[in-house]
Write a protein that binds this ligand. Structure first.
Ligand SMILES: [Zn+2]
Length: 149
């Protein structure tokens, strides 16, 4: 149905940043160094981020869907591209979420309806997606976001 959000036709706004598992749940994709196992998000294929490692081969691996709030803030100004300019700008929260298993902190927008006053350091968050736009082929292009778990 036109205009309807269908998980099966949902794609990342930026290819390769997240994917859906068999149950339709989204997870982020990171680069993981094949030498030292350091993770990096957004994912990349080369150039290990660990300054003590000269690894140049990063595997693309799924990240944990849940983490805890490490820090957060509220954005009161419109975001830059790839977010399309909106008629009316609504403030939104941004959370830095720590993934314990990977030792990685992932910054992301917090799902609409949750502002900084609703968040606390240590709170459990899970990954979700938010539709951004529909592309020329009719696929819903979505960005990842954090929501309170
Ligand atoms: Zn490395």
């Amino acid at each position: 149905m036109p205009g309807e959000t269908d998980a099966a036709t949902q794609l990342p706004a930026i290819d390769g940043w997240w994917s859906l598992d068999d149950s339709g749940a989204p997870h982020l994709i990171a680069g993981k160094c094949t030498q030292c196992s350091t993770y990096v998000f957004p994912p990349r294929a080369n150039n290990c981020p660990n300054p003590a490692c000269d690894g140049d081969d990063l595997a693309q691996v799924p990240l944990s869907r849940r983490g805890t709030v490490w820090s957060y803030t509220e954005n009161r100004y419109p975001p830059p591209a790839p977010y399309p300019a909106q008629e009316t700008f609504e403030p939104f929260a941004i959370a830095a979420v720590e993934l314990a298993d990977e030792g990685l902190i992932v910054l992301g927008k917090v799902a609409d309806g949750t502002l900084a006053a609703d968040l606390k350091v240590g709170m459990e968050m899970e990954l979700t997606t938010m539709p951004l736009y529909t592309d020329d082929d009719g696929f819903v292009r979505s960005v990842y976001a954090w929501r309170i778990a």
